[in-house]
Design a protein around this ligand. Structure first.
Ligand SMILES: [Fe+2]
Length: 364
């Protein structure tokens, strides 16, 4: 599909150049639904502003609720935000193909593995910041300052108590128990969320134990593998599956009724179990190497990581803030968790090994 008309020109670089058309074609070729929103200001007004008062943000966070927070940032700082939302992998490709001409100053991505990939590709510039060192825990940011975590999510176990005793699941390792044969449902290997979970277990338990665990889970899987988290949660609630692995915010969204009354009713039939210790992942952001407004870009990231901005970013999508568990009543109902402390940077570093391990042990 072509880029929506809502993509408004930002400086002359966003004019309808062959490069821009090529990027639109890239997204169209990928079949990706891009959502572009000018969060603040009209093109005419934006052009009359100095360049330092406007930044381009490419975001892989697929949550419409983020826009209110960008508006808050503009109200506080006078810096306008031009937002393009699309899938993470498409945005990484887009920044690569645009090169130094990219209109984006900030790239927001979901999952540590993708942030690490973008850093490896040289897309981010190191952005030292005392505020970010203070607000972002050391294990949730890049050691070279190229990206910073902004929100946290837990890969939780969801159980249908009619099929599986929730008390029988205490760790991720328990999902390989032969007692769960035919009852475990998993999302497929393409899911970066599962890749990061396997990387996490590789780091914590070593190669041999992680391989045995994956093999054990694959032996328990009720086919076919799922392609997204929400249908998997519904299948557990409906009794097609007894137990599965999903991101915490998908369950919270259903339990809060945000995806409709039917999903809310389904969510009431299931139990969320936090394995101890729990695998925590992040969404995060970095200032792009191509940024023409790196100072303003860093200000946005500092705002999003601050207690005020961070709370808004997390709560709107039922995520956990960078520190503490927040005040979201639905998440509070799930109980508390103990994070395993594995660093987001390590998760990225072991991503390829995790994918290989899944592949050789039959995780489709
Ligand atoms: Fe997601």
């Amino acid at each position: 599909m072509p880029l929506p008309q809502a993509v408004t020109p930002r400086r002359s670089r966003l004019a309808c150049t062959p490069e821009r058309l090529a990027t639109a074609a890239l997204l169209a070729f990928s079949g990706i639904a891009a959502v572009a929103v000018a969060v603040a200001g009209s093109p005419a007004r934006a052009q009359s502003q100095s360049q330092s008062q406007e930044i381009g943000v490419y975001s892989g966070r697929h949550y419409n609720t983020d826009k209110a927070l960008y508006e808050q940032f503009t109200a506080r700082t006078g810096i306008k935000v031009k937002l393009l939302e699309a899938k993470d992998d498409a945005l990484i490709q887009r920044v690569r193909s645009e090169g130094s001409k990219s209109p984006a100053d900030v790239l927001v991505l979901v999952d540590a593995a993708r942030l690490d990939q973008a850093a490896d590709l040289g897309l981010f510039r190191p952005s030292p910041s005392a505020a970010l060192l203070r607000d972002v825990p050391i294990n949730l940011r890049d050691s070279k300052g190229r990206w910073y975590g902004l929100t946290r999510r837990v890969r939780v176990v969801v159980v249908n108590p009619k099929q599986v005793n929730p008390a029988s699941i205490r760790t991720y390792a328990d999902l390989a128990s032969p007692s769960l044969k035919g009852k475990l449902c998993l999302r497929d290997r393409k899911s970066v969320y599962n890749q990061s979970l396997v990387a996490d277990q590789l780091i914590l338990r070593g190669d041999a134990a992680a391989a045995a665990w994956v093999k054990g889970m694959v032996a328990n899987v009720r086919q076919p593998f799922f392609t997204s988290d929400t249908p998997l949660i519904r299948a557990i609630a409906n009794g097609q599956c007894g137990v599965g692995l999903v991101n915490s915010y998908y369950v919270a969204r259903m339990a809060a009724g945000e995806s409709g009354a039917a999903d809310k009713a389904l969510a009431s039939r299931i139990k969320v179990v936090f394995p101890t210790p729990a695998h925590v992942n992040i969404s995060g952001a970095g200032v792009l190497k191509s940024a023409t407004n790196p100072a303003a870009a860093l200000k946005l990231i500092e705002f999003l990581a601050s207690p005020t901005g961070g709370r808004g970013y997390a709560e709107a999508n039922n995520e956990y803030p960078l520190k503490g568990n927040g005040n979201n009543p639905v998440l509070q109902r799930f109980g508390s968790f103990k994070a395993d402390g594995v660093s987001a940077e390590q998760l990225g570093a072991r991503n390829k090994a995790a994918v290989r391990l899944m592949e050789v042990n039959g995780w489709q």
